[in-house]
Design a protein around this ligand. Structure first.
Ligand code: 48F
Length: 259
């Protein structure tokens, strides 16, 4: 076998460009590979929808990896154990706290990512979503505007590329950065960002799941993005609502798109 540098380069170019050609038009574009985005991706792909996740960083998991103040455990409550079982993540009951389940942060990150990938999701790292595409008649969000995170960080003016999709999911966490840019730059969508509130874990866990869903035609929110959009409290290192809101949004989109 000859390992030739030109062949290495051409192999990567050909495979990456083939992927980008596919990615340029998908059923669902998810922004953020945190717990809610990866849960949404897993269920969407499992339902047969062509799904891509754009993640600004070079890894999976968003806020999972830091655990709680760098302690490598997180907590989940039923019925989110259904999602844990679907992706094969192991957990234990918490002694003296019925209803709370504890698991390794690394286990959840890895199992969510591998389940989404196995179901057919394409995850692209180092890509930031900086804007949305919109259309009139009917008014809707019709995709995302993407750029390399590296160009964002460099401060150079580099024009982006476009990805068309039938649905866009904001899974960017506390920033809700996709909904934020859409609310600012497409005011006719009528999106009101109410802002995240201080901690109230139990209340937030149920309200985030309740509030997950369509924010404007074609634009959906799950995870902590829901808190910023709907004016809900934060909940800290309990992740049930992240997983369940991702699953809820996936099922809603699948229903709409007829998967
Ligand atoms: O922050 P993150 O984990 O969002 P989440 O799914 O979960 C929140 C919890 O981790 C935790 C919590 C609840 O227990 O309070 O914070 O709502 O993951 C968001 C991911 O989106 C990426 C970011 O790097 C992170 O991995 N991201 C954010 N903005 C962009 C982005 C963007 N504009 N383009 C691409 N990726």
């Amino acid at each position: 076998m000859s390992i030739d540098e030109t062949r290495i380069t051409r192999a990567i170019l050909a495979a990456a460009l083939r992927d980008w050609e596919e990615i340029s038009s998908v059923d669902v574009a998810i922004v953020g590979a945190g717990p809610s985005g990866m849960a949404a991706a897993y269920y969407l792909s499992r339902g047969g929808l062509r799904t891509v996740v754009f993640e600004r960083r070079l890894g999976f998991g968003g806020g999972i990896g830091g655990g709680a103040m760098f302690l490598h455990k997180i907590v989940v409550e039923p019925p989110a154990d259904e999602v844990l079982r679907d992706v094969g993540a192991r957990y234990a009951e918490v002694e003296g706290a019925p209803g709370l389940l504890v698991l390794d942060a690394a286990e959840l990150m890895a199992k969510l990512a591998s389940s989404a990938l196995d179901a057919g999701t394409k995850i692209v790292h180092g890509v930031s979503v900086e804007d949305v595409i919109f259309r009139r008649d009917p008014l809707r969000v019709a995709g995302v505007v993407v750029n390399w995170t590296a160009s964002e960080l460099s401060g150079l003016h580099v024009d982006p590329l476009f990805v068309s999709s039938r649905a866009v999911v904001d899974a960017t966490g506390h920033d809700a950065s996709v909904v934020e840019v859409a609310s600012r730059k497409v005011p006719e969508l009528g999106i009101e960002l109410r802002g995240e509130r201080s901690a109230y874990s139990e209340l937030s866990e149920s309200l985030v799941v309740e509030g997950a869903g369509e924010v404007a035609p074609g634009l959906y929110a799950c995870g902590m993005a829901v808190a910023r959009v709907r004016g809900l409290p934060r909940m800290g290192p309990i992740f049930g609502a992240m997983l369940l809101s991702g699953r809820k949004v996936a099922l809603e989109i699948a229903g709409r798109l007829g998967a």
